[in-house]
Ligand binder design. Structure first.
Ligand code: G3P
Ligand code: CA
Length: 329
């Protein structure tokens, strides 16, 4: 059964309307600005992260890939054609190559100095391209400095929630990804018990490696495992909660794991909490909610908030901060 059909069943059971405080089991849900305020500005740019902070996000979320000379830069993918103007750079045309079934340019083939010549592009159809060609590609260090500066300016701690992308692949290229990450956090004084930092990955190996070597929480990202379903008709998670609770503090779950095929909230959230895990769900997009099912993206988010998630990744932290405020009334 596809996800749209699952949501159609949800709709049959769900009546959008005013919700009350009792419907917000978590009254202070964590707002995580997914790739920055990426619904408004090209993702993973300092401008998008700064806007998210100004909108009130609790955490900003950078995805990390690595350059040829071993610098973490902030991109969702190590291939570069979708979110940068690299295809327009004749000096780089010969670097295009085949890798993993894709013909593209890859971060690991470029020095940081070369990456700095690129400018970000809006990858999502339907979103404004007004800012294409303006914003450079930041290092992770640049994002950390932005967070420090903005935290000081605003007088409140802004969190940072980095995701290491394809660490296993980068290890095969000779990069010691976990050591690189630890070194960067240490250098910035962001590996303390009270640092507002959460590290996430889809790959359990790096999280197992980081466990007990960092002082900040670890989140294992999980998604449905193909079409495998549990006895209650819910999609199986590609990593079980029991397994990931051995090394992670929280679970970052694809929202589809939280409902069963009858369209009801399943026990994923309660099982996670029984294991002592916090749960953050992804990804909420005000411009890409299922319109046939919900009156707005906000209504979709409310549906999931009622399940008791602790926080959520969103491309639109402005709208969702309003929901958070509502839950605190
Ligand atoms: O990291 C949480 C969520 O962002 C995972 O999806 O592909 O957007 O990194 P992705
Ligand atoms: Ca991510």
């Amino acid at each position: 059964m596809n996800r749209i059909r699952i949501l159609a069943m949800i709709m049959g059971l769900y009546c959008p309307g005013a919700i009350t405080l009792a419907d917000c089991p978590q009254s202070d849900p964590v707002v995580i600005a997914h790739r920055g305020a990426s619904g408004h500005l090209p993702e993973h740019t300092l401008a998008a992260f700064k806007l998210a902070i100004e909108m009130g996000a609790d955490y900003i979320e950078p995805d990390l890939v690595i350059t040829k000379d071993g610098e973490f830069i902030v991109r969702h993918d190590h291939y570069l054609s979708q979110t940068t103007d690299i295809a327009d750079k004749p000096e780089f045309s010969s670097r295009r190559r085949d890798l993993g079934g894709r013909n593209d340019w890859f971060s690991e083939d470029f020095t940081l100095a070369e990456i700095k010549t690129l400018r970000a592009r809006q990858p999502f159809k339907g979103r404004s391209r007004e800012h294409d060609g303006i914003h450079p590609i930041p290092r992770f260090q640049d994002v950390i400095e932005l967070v420090k500066n903005e935290s000081e300016r605003l007088g409140k701690a802004v969190g940072i929630y980095p995701e290491t992308k394809e660490p296993g692949y980068f290890e095969t290229l000779g990069f010691d990804v976990d050591e690189m990450l630890i070194a960067l956090l240490d250098k910035n004084g962001m590996n303390e018990h009270d640092s507002k930092v959460i590290i996430q990955s889809f790959e359990p190996e790096i999280l197992r490696s980081l466990n007990n070597r960092v002082n900040v929480p670890l989140v294992q990202l999980v998604s449905p495992s193909g079409n495998k379903v549990n006895e209650d008709g819910s999609y199986q998670s590609n990593i079980s909660l029991g397994e990931l609770s051995e090394y992670a503090d929280g679970v970052g779950a694809a929202k589809w794991l939280l409902v069963n095929q009858q369209g009801k909230a399943n026990d994923f959230v309660s099982r996670a909490k029984k294991l002592g895990l916090f749960i953050h769900a992804w990804t909420f997009r005000e411009d890409a909610y299922p319109e046939e099912l919900f009156a707005s993206g906000e209504e979709e988010l409310k549906f999931f908030l009622k399940m008791g998630i602790d926080g959520y990744f969103t491309d639109f932290p402005d709208t969702d901060v309003k929901v958070k405020e509502w839950c605190q009334q």
